[in-house]
Design a protein around this ligand. Structure first.
Ligand code: F6P
Length: 321
């Protein structure tokens, strides 16, 4: 079997570990593996080159993606999809594995309407916002990166008894904010999944100060409905009559060496993707749910909602009391 592999959308730590597992397990099981460079656009640009086991040496520990990535507008058009299907067939590919987030799964589903080859998705995004897997590749590392930054910010917050708002990534989902907030002991967490008014936030901060907390950290998901950390910080400063400091962590969360958890997850899912293809299974995203590997139809990955842990959500006020 000739299998193409690409990474698409935002890079995520351990995408390389997934590429390595796909390549090494694929080659060992007598497949030919072709790396496609630059995401879906790389198909249109015919950036397709064979990989062997040595092509993926020394990448297990590296962030980013050796295949490079992109968000292709051309690919989304009818002409783009038809052209991609034609190029994949001309290169004699039987299957395509794409590693990325919800946009990547949509891309695969659309390609499936134009191309007869087998398609498998691998969840690679720091946002963890895909249904069909408990965790996405890169999420754990991103949370650890943010946590490291927050622990440092807390030193200054404590030294001055300051209120800090720290914005973390997560376009439409609060998984990063939720995990970072709980793990760093934030006084409040603002995320798109929960509605918090500026009055409620101000009350939480004032209560924390009244309880003589030495610092107040508020974690804000970039996708929160109240705004970004900067605008919320200004409004909060006015409400509580004290200047709140703001720190936007940004892309620092997405880079760096992947954690042990992400390397193992990426390795398991990469190997499982090959096993699915060789056993005739396709048309979905591989994921791990309750420790078991499974394949979820593409459409479910973005139409079904993976909820935040309700029990933990209910504990937030007690934990920050
Ligand atoms: O989806 C991953 C992510 O890092 C989001 O958290 C963030 O909103 C977005 O990508 C940023 O995208 P870009 O790299 O295109 O700026």
């Amino acid at each position: 079997m000739r299998i193409g592999v690409l990474t698409s959308g935002g890079d995520a730590p351990a995408m390389n570990a997934a590429i390595r597992a796909v390549t090494r397990v694929g080659v060992s099981r007598h497949c030919e593996i072709y790396g496609i460079y630059g995401g879906f656009q790389g198909i249109l640009n015919e950036q397709i080159h064979e990989l062997n086991s040595r092509s993926v040496s020394r990448i297990l520990h590296r962030g980013g993606t050796i295949l490079t990535t992109g968000r292709s507008e051309d690919f989304k058009t009818e002409e783009g999809l038809e052209k991609a299907a034609r190029i994949l067939s001309e290169h004699g590919l039987d299957a395509l594995i794409a590693i990325g987030g919800d946009g990547t799964m949509r891309g695969l589903a659309e390609l499936g309407e134009h191309w007869q080859g087998r398609l498998i998705g691998l969840p690679g995004t720091i946002d963890n916002d895909l249904y069909g897997t408990d965790y996405t590749i890169g999420f754990d590392t991103a949370v650890n990166n943010a946590l490291d930054a927050l622990d440092k910010i807390r030193d200054t917050a404590e030294a001055f008894s300051r209120v800090f708002l720290v914005e973390v990534m997560g376009r439409r989902a609060g998984f990063i904010a939720f995990h970072v907030g709980v793990a760093t002991g934030a006084s409040a967490i603002l995320m798109p999944e929960t509605k918090t008014t500026i009055e409620e936030l101000a009350e939480k901060v004032i209560r924390a100060k009244e309880r003589a907390k030495s610092s107040v950290l508020v974690v804000v998901a970039e996708g929160d409905e109240l705004g970004n950390a900067d605008s919320i910080g200004k409004a909060l400063s006015e409400k509580i009559g004290e200047k709140c400091r703001v720190s936007v962590l940004g892309y620092i969360q997405r880079g760096g060496n992947p954690s042990h958890f992400d390397r193992i997850l990426a390795t398991r899912l990469g190997a499982f993707a090959i096993e699915c293809l060789l056993s005739g299974k396709q048309g979905g995203m591989v994921g791990e749910v309750n420790g078991r590997l499974k394949l979820t139809p593409f459409e479910d990955t973005w139409t079904k909602k993976k909820p935040l842990d309700k029990w933990m959500l209910g504990l937030l006020d007690e934990l920050s009391s």
